[in-house]
Design a binder for this molecule. Structure first.
Ligand SMILES: [Zn+2]
Ligand SMILES: [Zn+2]
Ligand SMILES: [Zn+2]
Length: 222
């Protein structure tokens, strides 16, 4: 069995949405009982605490719950080259990856490719202000669409979707209703996830995330 002394952790920051990589050395815990790893914006993304000789408690910042979740691992699980997907127990959202560097980088690449495919299938070739958030918002919308929870009040279910760097615009081809969903910050993602249904209002122009009114300037056609 290959014994590794370095494991890689990739986590998304709940505050700024950026993905951060950390190399976590087994030897750092010879002197320290606990170590905190921060995002470049200053937020603590993971805190690793040594419990006894062989056990570790990982507290991972969750962007959905705005809290830290605890996960317990044995040292041989962390530093054995296996890949662990860190998942929020409440929402099922993937918070990050832990394992050997190549597997972690592969996961992040797949996540990115998935976003690009999704954007491509929707006919979007624009850059995103925050591609991680955009990808997840699109996934949530796709999920709601498949469950029949994305529709227009006029009864139309085949909505047209247009993607912009910071938002998604849904248009109803039957009555012309428009709905705007922002996809730039972690808050935007949280709100979309919290919506039971995405419903356009017949014939009207609507910010589906009503809390955003006033925060963003009025939209122009571009
Ligand atoms: Zn950050
Ligand atoms: Zn959570
Ligand atoms: Zn309609």
């Amino acid at each position: 069995m290959l014994i590794s002394t370095l494991t890689t952790c990739a986590l998304r920051c709940p505050h700024c949405g950026k993905l951060q990589y950390y190399g976590i050395s087994r030897f750092s815990f010879n002197q320290n009982n606990s170590l905190a790893y921060k995002c470049e914006c200053g937020a603590v993304l993971i805190n690793i605490e040594k419990k006894g000789r062989d056990h570790f408690c990982l507290q991972v910042a969750c962007m959905m719950c705005e809290t830290m979740h605890k996960f317990y691992y044995k040292s041989k699980q962390i530093w054995n080259g296996n890949l662990w997907v860190i998942v929020c127990p409440a929402s099922g959202v993937e918070l990050g990856y832990l394992g050997d560097r190549k597997s972690v980088v592969d996961c992040v690449r797949k996540e990115r490719e998935h976003i690009l495919q999704l954007a491509d299938s929707l006919g979007c070739d624009k850059f995103f202000l925050n591609s991680g958030i955009m990808g997840q918002v699109l996934s949530v919308l796709q999920e709601k669409l498949e469950e029949g929870r994305l529709f227009c009040g006029c009864g139309e279910k085949q909505l047209e979707m247009e993607i912009f760097p910071d938002r998604i615009e849904l248009t109803c081809p039957s009555c012309g209703a428009v709905g705007i969903i922002f996809a730039e910050t972690v808050k935007d993602l949280q709100r979309v996830r919290e919506m039971d249904e995405v419903r356009l209002e017949m014939g009207s122009y609507l910010y589906l995330d009503y809390k955003q009114i006033g925060k963003h300037s009025p939209l122009k056609n571009n």
